[in-house]
Write a protein that binds this ligand. Structure first.
Ligand code: CUA
Length: 338
């Protein structure tokens, strides 16, 4: 009996020490970045409980083992066999029932947290998200504009309706905690209630291709007043972009062209659009072609028709079935990039 009391006390002491050690190493309460959403609280709380139970289970295994190694060690000259034991019903019931209770409690805590994270606010604001290699675009259907930045008002639930144009991506803002895959052919939902104003980043958390690591966009949580001002500004920009080149720029954002084709000459997955129009383009087969309307239209509709020197063949770009008007607008935009 004396051994049990000592081991029991040591297990409690070891649990506390393990927890404090993990916490000091930043694994208990400090592991995640700042919590910026209402959904973060139940997730962080669940994690905290798990660290406590992990500390206890670790101690429950390690302490009796170390205690036995030291206290029941074979003494010098002691040659007799160990005591024969035939099982222990009390112990077996205890080690079945206690873990069962822990698992059931955590199943409840997990289900409860999931319910909290998914709690639906019927007044949630809808924003459409489009993911594609390697950009995010955000459409505000109430106002009819598209942005490459996600701006959200603080303390209001938003539901992101997300779709992918190509492969599986994953929408992840660490400060919001929740992560959701974006899957081609269906719309997935992501609900979040930002609670802390600030600038964050959405990262793609699903390996989706060569520049997956750079598939990130700004996420800004604004006060209601700042958010309203931003909306007014975006609506104004959208109004001004009713020209062909303005429309082309909107298309370049909407279809994600800008994810691979830079507007300033910087190297990305595809050839830059800077100073492209009217230039002589060297092709992989050694010939040269003038970058005119016909060449650009052909490259949009059938990227494999002509491969530019230094870029992989077959092309990594999928064909884009744009309308004639869209192509005209896009080329009008490319013309402005000088
Ligand atoms: Cu998109 Cu990784």
């Amino acid at each position: 009996m004396g051994h049990f009391v000592i081991v029991g006390i040591l297990v409690i002491v070891m649990t506390v020490l393990t927890y404090l050690g993990l916490d000091a190493a930043g694994l208990a309460t400090q592991m995640n970045p700042v919590a910026a959403s209402a959904q973060a609280a139940p997730i962080d709380q669940l994690w905290h409980w798990e660290v406590i139970v992990v500390s206890f289970l670790f101690s429950l295994i390690v302490v009796p083992m170390m205690y036995s190694l030291v206290v029941f060690r074979q003494k010098k000259g002691e040659m007799k066999d160990g005591e024969h034991m035939e099982g222990n019903a009390t112990l077996e019931i205890a080690w079945t029932v206690v873990p069962l209770i822990i698992v059931v409690v955590f199943a409840y805590l997990g289900a409860y947290s999931l319910g909290e994270v998914r709690r639906v606010d019927p007044n949630a604001m809808v924003i459409n998200v489009r993911a594609q290699q390697f950009t995010w675009t955000f459409e505000y259907p109430e106002y009819g504009f598209i942005s490459t930045e996600l701006h959200l008002p603080v303390d209001r639930q938003v539901v992101l309706k997300m779709e992918s144009a190509d492969v599986i991506h994953s929408f992840w803002v660490p400060e919001f905690r929740v992560k959701q895959d974006v899957v081609p052919g269906r719309i997935t939902e992501y609900r979040i209630t930002p609670t802390l104003e600030g600038s964050y980043k959405v990262r793609c958390a699903e390996l989706c291709g060569t520049t997956h690591a750079y598939m990130e966009s700004p996420v800004v949580v604004n006060s209601q007043a700042e958010y309203d001002a931003w909306i007014v500004e975006q609506v104004k920009i959208a109004e001004e972009s009713k020209t062909p080149e303005g429309q082309g720029k909107v298309l370049a954002t909407k279809y994600g062209c800008i994810g691979c084709h830079s507007a300033d000459g910087s190297p990305l997955t595809g050839p830059t659009w800077f100073n492209l129009y009217g230039s002589d383009v060297k092709l992989a087969d050694g010939s040269t072609v003038a970058a005119d309307d016909a060449f650009l239209a052909e490259s949009i509709l059938d990227p494999n028709a002509k491969i530019v020197e230094g870029f992989p063949s077959p092309s990594v770009m999928p064909p884009y079935a744009l309308t004639d008007e869209e192509i005209t607008n896009l080329i009008a935009y490319i013309k402005t990039l000088k």
